[in-house]
Design a protein around this ligand. Structure first.
Ligand code: MCN
Length: 795
């Protein structure tokens, strides 16, 4: 391992710029003659738009235009189409009602954009937006997906009777039925995986700059997926893709929800072209809460069948998934194709059947948030495993151990679809049990009791389909996008390296880890390597960053392109050193004739390539290569997380005492960055488990539209995290052996925390709790258990 290459714990090269205030985010950019945009958003969850009167707003100082859905219709702007439609179990296509960037005739969630005010300052635009008079006829709201399935529920879309978008099914229903009939034990749970919101530091922002020729447009947007946005906006505006350049400069966190195309991008692009002036829209924090995609929102009935020895013999899952008012990009696929694929988890359960009903409600659309489908699957499995252990009187770690897929079974084809290429799950569990001193827990429980606290321990095993993954599979499952990645490497005449990738860095440290890969492959110091992402004009093509795919897919493309650079370098070196190409070896930045001291440094070869004075016959000048990489499979990261929590029985306050994570993410590029990723993701998982929730009232008003009401975790509430990476099982099918790490914590943490808190409350007889475990909810559960205890005692 070189001091800077793969495996080195180097500090992030991008940080000095951010720490000294030199980051450049979309809101930092301004353009001559720009107009500021304020959006008039629906105050109703559901309403018919009778009329929009923009007269007063249009006359207000500084206002250049007020645009509505009718103007957009007149300009024939197309609907926003989702990227992954799903088929119902009867083979029918999912219902995808049109979603317009500015509402037409009806609004279906609070915050839906209705009109755009363009003015010479942000203040003028915001003031004038207050003057737009929209005549709404309010209609009844329904925010709970199960309630939306009721025959009497308000109907959102004429084309979706019963508010159903799809009824998805996967697995062998008959085999599951047979196994349940023969089971020694059956455990069942009703779980709510509630709705949460991503809360990046930087609110979303978009700027559209027309020109220089009439067809072209540059769109600056805080996105994780510049090429997807380019394609979607091009389709909606009827342009070819190359007419639009999408730039996602520094982005202050994305967490999945910025990985999707938004109405504001369509609206800004269209308005800028229509008015022939730059148009800028920047969300406020409250506006973010009512316009950013939300996530999770599952109601699930799940049942696990076990044999007399506690082996899982079948799993049956029925989920009602709240899609919100419209189908967002991947919003339909996350609770169906993606969630269902991981319901085998780390276990050998031979028969699995899952049904998911995707439902429209008068809420913000749901889509990805860190984990996207994987935390929901993990929650189902790990809550069931604990419940099974409790009902069978088995130790929870022991029950899991009995059911793990052994390393000898790899590659392991799950009954639900995916084939895991590698993994040693029993070793990971054993390590997690050892590092967390699981065996010594009872002592810590007693010590906590002496302090008046109830202490519990929770375990969660997880698998993640990181490195999303074969384009062919995505196509077979209905996706309208591929999942490959591209990298282009340019070497200048001094041997300095610039690499452009189709992924996007919004906090993950790509400028460092990609450079570390190049340092290893090309022997060039980090100081001479520059990574470019987030500009469709600078990158050959890209899919973007989501699903913890950058290292496994983008990194692999980079590795391939680096290999091509070395191959070309070898041809040049062989020619210059008058040796056979097969005799040239490359290492530590030097081309050397095997067994001799005849050497050319990488920079010398680069210079020769650029001078082209003396190249092998037929070889093109220059040193620049690109590679497109389409992975043959997902990279199955996995791990076991253990949490200890203490409950104050008088207040219901939960404190996370300790948290241990043992993960298998294959080859680790930068252990420090991986630790940071884990800490961030675990924190977000703890947030979901304990405090975060999007709350709607009966009229569909979002009650949690500020940080006073939406409670994200704070540093002083967090324990020390102990994390370890087991590198014994590198991914078998990508050239780095790397598996993704970005989401591991959000996947495992909610289940680990809830299992720990239920364990803490077990002595009181509490067996059921739904997230988030707010003090009130926990205290109420304790009180109910005590009351029941005293009634039972008195009876
Ligand atoms: N890495 C590594 N060795 C590995 C795996 C990863 O050194 N075996 C490094 C990578 O090189 C990269 C980082 O860890 O620098 C994360 O890599 P990866 O797991 O490939 O994930 P992505 O880069 O694709 O990031 C996406 C993932 C997701 S899906 C969300 S959501 C997320 C996240 O990462 N959002 C984030 N981490 C985030 N971190 C920050 N700060 N902000 C966000 O919005």
């Amino acid at each position: 391992m070189s001091a800077e290459g793969i495996g080195a714990r180097v500090l992030r090269v991008e940080d000095p710029r951010f720490l000294t205030g030199r980051g450049q985010f979309v809101a930092d950019l301004s353009f001559a003659d720009e107009l500021h945009c304020a959006l008039v958003r629906s105050p109703h969850a559901h309403a018919r738009i009778r009329a929009v009167d923009a007269t007063a707003a249009t006359r207000a100082t500084g206002v250049a235009a007020v645009l509505t859905g009718a103007d957009m219709a007149a300009d024939r702007v197309g609907p926003m189409r989702c990227l992954w439609p799903i088929r119902s179990k009867d083979g029918r296509a999912m219902v995808e009602p049109p979603r317009w960037a500015l509402a037409r005739e009806r609004v279906r969630h609070v915050g839906e954009p209705v009109a755009a005010v363009l003015a010479t300052s942000r203040a003028a635009a915001l003031d004038a937006a207050e003057l737009v008079a929209v005549d709404y006829e309010p209609l009844p709201a329904v925010t709970d997906a199960r309630a939306a399935l009721d025959a009497a529920a308000p109907q959102l879309h004429a084309e979706a009777p019963g508010n159903v978008a799809y009824r998805f099914a996967r697995g062998d229903e008959a085999a599951v039925g047979r196994a349940f009939a023969a089971a020694a034990h059956v455990v069942a749970l009703d779980l709510v995986n509630h709705r949460i919101a991503g809360c990046a530091i930087e609110p979303r922002a978009v700027i559209g700059v027309p020109g220089p020729d009439p067809e072209s447009l540059t769109l600056y947007t805080a996105t994780q997926v510049p090429h997807h946005v380019r394609r979607q906006v091009a389709e909606e505006l009827g342009l070819h893709e190359l007419a639009i350049r999408v730039v996602a400069p520094d982005v202050g966190g994305g967490f999945g929800y910025k990985g999707k195309h938004y109405p504001e991008e369509t609206m800004v692009a269209w308005a800028a072209r229509r008015l022939g002036r730059p148009v800028k829209w920047v969300a406020s924090r409250t506006e973010s809460f009512v316009s950013d995609l939300q996530a999770r929102d599952h109601a699930t009935r799940c049942e696990l069948a076990l044999d007399p020895d506690g082996r899982f013999i079948a799993l049956r899952v029925r989920t009602v998934a709240n899609l919100g008012a419209y189908v967002s990009n991947i919003g339909a696929a996350i609770p169906s194709a993606i969630y269902s694929a991981l319901l085998a988890g780390l276990y050998t359960t031979p028969a699995i059947h899952v049904e998911v009903t995707g439902v429209f409600t008068t809420t913000l659309p749901t889509d990805a948030y860190r984990g996207a489908g994987r935390p929901e699957a993990c929650y189902v499995l790990e809550r069931l495993a604990d419940e099974a252990a409790r009902e069978l009187g088995l130790d929870r770690a022991e029950l899991r151990r009995r059911n793990l897929v052994p390393a000898s079974a790899m590659p392991y084809k799950t009954p639900i679809g995916p084939t895991y290429d590698c993994g040693d799950f029993p070793r990971i569990l054993a390590r997690a049990i050892a590092v967390s001193d699981y065996a010594g827990f009872q002592e810590r429980r007693r010590a906590a009791a002496a302090r008046g606290r109830l202490r519990g321990i929770g375990v969660a095993c997880f698998i993640e389909s990181s490195g999303a993954a074969p384009s062919k599979l995505a196509g077979a499952l209905g996706a309208r996008v591929g999942l490959f990645e591209s990298a282009e490497i340019r070497i200048d005449s001094t041997g300095a390296v610039q690499a452009a990738l189709g992924t996007h860095n919004h906090g993950q440290g790509h400028a460092t880890t990609y450079a570390q890969i190049l340092a290893s492959r090309l022997g060039v110091p980090l100081a001479k390597i520059r990574i470019v992402e987030g500009d469709t004009a600078a990158v050959p093509y890209g899919t973007g960053t989501f699903g913890s795919r950058s290292i496994a897919v983008g990194g692999s493309a980079l590795d391939r392109a680096a290999l091509k650079i070395v191959e070309k370098g070898k041809r040049i070196a062989a020619h210059k050193l008058e040796a056979a190409e097969a005799d040239i070896e490359f290492g530590a930045g030097r081309f050397q004739v095997k067994g001799t001291d005849r050497v050319l440094a990488f920079a010398e070869v680069a210079r020769a390539a650029h001078l082209a004075h003396d190249l092998p016959p037929g070889l093109e000048p220059g040193l620049q290569e690109s590679a497109f990489y389409d992975p043959p499979n997902f990279a199955f990261s996995n791990g076991v997380h253990v949490c200890e929590a203490e409950v104050d029985p008088e207040t219901g306050v939960v404190a996370i005492a300790r948290y241990w994570a043992v993960d298998d993410i294959g080859t680790v590029i930068n252990p420090m960055i991986v630790e940071g990723q884990l800490h961030g993701a675990v924190t977000q998982g703890l947030g979901q488990a304990l405090t975060e929730a999007c709350a709607y009232d009966g009229e569909g008003q979002l009650l949690s539209a500020s940080f006073l009401d939406y409670a994200i975790p704070r540093a002083d509430e967090l324990p020390d995290f102990v994390s370890e990476n087991d590198q014994g099982q590198p991914c078998t099918h990508n050239p780095l052996g790397a598996k993704g790490c970005g989401e591991a914590g959000t996947i495992a943490a909610p289940a680990a925390v809830v299992n720990a808190v239920l364990d803490a409350l077990a002595p009181l007889g509490v067996t059921e709790l739904q997230m988030p475990l707010t003090p009130l909810r926990v205290w109420e559960a304790i009180r109910a258990a005590r009351e029941q205890g005293s009634t039972a005692g008195g009876a």
